[in-house]
Design a protein around this ligand. Sequence first.
Ligand code: AMP
Length: 416
Amino acid sequence: MFSDLGLAEPVLQALKDEDYVSPTPIQAQSIPVTMEGRDLLGIAQTGTGKTAAFALPILNHLINNPKALTPKAARILVLAPTRELAVQIADGFKAYGRHVKFRGALLLGGVGQGPQVSKLAGGVDVLVATPGRLLDLFGQGHLRLAQTEIVVLDEADRMLDMGFIVPVRKIVAALPKNRQTLFFSATMPPEVEKLARDILHNPAKVEVTPPATTVERIDQKLFYVEQPHKPALLTEILQDPSMNRVIVFTRTKHGANKVVETLEKAGIEASAIHGNKSQNARQAALNGFKAGKLRVLVATDIASRGIDVDNVTHVVNYELPDVADTYVHRIGRTARAGATGIALSFCAVDERALLKDIEKLTRLSLDLIHDHRYVSDVPANAPVRNDQRPQRGKPQQRGRGGSSDRRQGHGGRRAA
Ligand code: AMP
């Protein structure tokens, strides 16, 4: 129960408003140690409730330690790798802190800095920022970091992917030594491990939900289809009205734009979010999607990190990701807060090795769907299930050199 954690009444009230009944595992483990003032190393992915895991004890700290604001200073600093994640964290603070009096600010790249500078002038309690813009404003003398009490580094592994490790180190170097540091990462590649070692002081380590257990709730289907047929297959499967809130993942921004064009030509409303879009365009697409006005959101991995939309019915991996971990992050969008969901993956022949990595990581074999007209290239060793015959009356391309038996599907199976 949240009430056992010793959180102040205004925080507990907000949790009641949110209808949160009990803490998630990351919250149950990290809130007590954070409230003791210890540094934290939290290994958890988005979707586990990690925003509240740090926001709740921070709000509690602000309630119990009221202080006048210092001009240009931030009492709490939260660093996030993407604009979307930063917006989401700021929204989390607003929701969980709706009964707490605090001043918050959000610093993002890609928008004018004037309003951000004025917001900082009087000082803030909670500053949520992406590293680039923060460092810019710090360099220009609009921000002081020497009084910051708590710093949160969210999605450190993604910071690494996006080339933010050096900016993060610079920012941390400007913070006081006696601060409290909360560090979150879904994975711990060596460089992230080193960063954690360098900036954390005797941290409590909390690790939750290895990816493979999260993905078991998701119905994962696989389509063998060659690259040139992917647009048509996507358009076709989207005829299914049960696909009413869909995220389609592509590897590149260019790919995302092409998918949107294809869908629009087919009369399916879709919008892309990726780093080349203005902050306003991305936010508008995301808001439309959240509100149920936009059925299909097309995203690249970086832009999608931290997107928190409930009731996503389907995730489509239009292209398989280069890193198997990313597959788990992607499909996790459809199984928020305990829900189940469906993930559809398109695999061309040159993506076979990526599929293998995914099946190895998740320890699952995806459920092969063969009864579509663009089926191709089913590997010879794919198990056969006789109750799944190709649909009658639909033209099908023959699998490359495969007998029709080879094109039979199989149920979800555990990999050996
Ligand atoms: P996060 O990992 O912070 O992105 O949170 C994932 C989702 O879980 C968000 O939609 C939160 O609103 C929701 N959530 C967080 N904590 C809880 C909780 N204790 N009970 C129910 N839902 C929660």
